[in-house]
Design a binder for this molecule. Structure first.
Ligand code: MG
Ligand code: ZN
Length: 371
């Protein structure tokens, strides 16, 4: 009997130690968060790239892996507007919507919270920076295609840096406004081309890499995304209170819509090269939570045959649209352990808020959807 009691006591002691440890891990806060979204990147896109790549992908290095459910408020199959909104705000909304709820009310994004908490903020994308995914972090619009309004929304948030295409939406406008002038007045360095970005300048940065969307890797984009990721980190890390950065590999989705496997693989590997830059920083920094995920799968990609010696695969697409497949989540750094398991896309917002230690507040901003 005595022995049993001792054994139980030891167990209880071990258990309480373990709990303490868990609590300790849970209270560890992230100073910085880098959120990376491979638009349209499901497990098949990732495995296709892993299968043909001569060396392992950087995404294979993560120890914490989860899966997220992507359905939206209006549809079993989400679009990038509703999916971006879910990740950016924690609210499931209608397809096509950009950080407004199903009633059309603006909902606050993690980037807007970060601004409020005096963190530096940034967006990087291989599409136009006004496209649905990056827009979800800064704009509030009923329809994702309202590019003129989305460009104006960029002026309502004190974002420190953005890098991507879409310059024309700031200058060639139906309302005749020149928003580059407005950005200049707000102390932005307006830069054309990532190669012209001097990270030592003071002030904020608006970096345009294309008039519309950036070209595809197969069409000469080069290392724009990994380079932009690295330069964005260099700039944002100057802020002593920390930063939030969202980086999007936009075109994995377009490759899926095109049912073009070479396009899928080259864009996924490019995204992975950007992940390498962020992971390298997060490892050296120690206070950065890095999350790598997707917003939905595109193309219903299946790998039907392959050979690990010749590193070749045979693939089949089942649709030219998005699918409902769960998509992967990888995490590294303080708060990473929260990202294991299966959960809703909206939980990513909650987990980021927790990692930052932010408290939720009712939206009181000026930035209401104005259409
Ligand atoms: Mg996108
Ligand atoms: Zn798409």
């Amino acid at each position: 009997m005595k022995r049993i009691i001792i054994v139980l006591a030891v167990f209880a002691l071990l258990f309480s130690c373990k709990q303490d440890q868990t609590n300790q891990i849970q209270t560890q806060k992230a100073k910085n968060i880098i959120l990376m979204i491979g638009d349209g990147m499901g497990v098949s896109q990732l495995y296709a790239a892993m299968s043909v790549s001569e060396k392992p992908l950087h995404m294979e290095k993560f120890k914490v892996v989860g899966l997220q459910k992507t359905y939206s408020a209006s549809d079993y199959i989400t679009d990038s507007g509703a999916a971006g909104t879910a990740i950016a705000t924690g609210v499931k909304t209608n397809n096509q919507s950009i950080s407004v709820d199903t009633a059309g009310n603006a909902v606050k994004t993690i980037l807007e919270y970060a601004e409020e908490y005096k963190l530096a903020t940034g967006l990087v994308s291989t599409s136009s920076i006004l496209h649905a995914t990056p827009a979800s972090f800064i704009a509030h619009e009923l329809h994702r295609n309202n590019y003129e309004n989305i460009a104006r929304d960029f002026l309502d948030v004190d974002i420190d840096l953005f890098i991507g295409g879409g310059r024309k939406h700031f200058v060639q406008r139906e309302d005749g406004l020149n928003l580059l002038d407005s950005l200049r007045q707000r102390k932005y360095n307006i830069v054309n081309g990532i190669e012209n970005l001097n990270t030592r300048n003071d002030g904020k940065y608006a970096v345009f890499t294309a008039e519309g969307h950036n070209p595809e890797i197969l069409n000469g984009r080069g290392d724009m995304l990994p380079q932009s990721t690295q330069k964005a980190i260099e700039i944002l890390k100057k802020n002593d209170t920390g930063f939030f950065l969202m980086v999007e590999g936009s075109q994995i989705d377009w490759a899926g819509h095109d049912n073009d496997i070479d396009y899928v693989i080259t864009e996924t590997i490019d995204f992975d090269n950007a992940v390498a830059k962020a992971l390298e920083f997060a490892k050296a920094d120690g206070e950065t939570l890095l999350i790598v995920t997707s917003d939905h799968e595109t193309g219903g990609l299946t790998i039907v045959e392959g050979n690990m010696e010749t590193r070749t695969i045979e693939t089949h697409f089942s649709t030219e649209h998005h699918t409902s497949n769960m998509v992967p989540v990888f995490a590294y750094g303080p708060g990473a352990e929260e990202f294991g398991g299966i959960y809703e896309n909206t939980d990513i917002f909650e987990k980021m808020m927790k990692a930052f230690g932010f408290e939720k507040k009712v939206f009181s901003g000026h930035n209401q959807a104005d259409n």
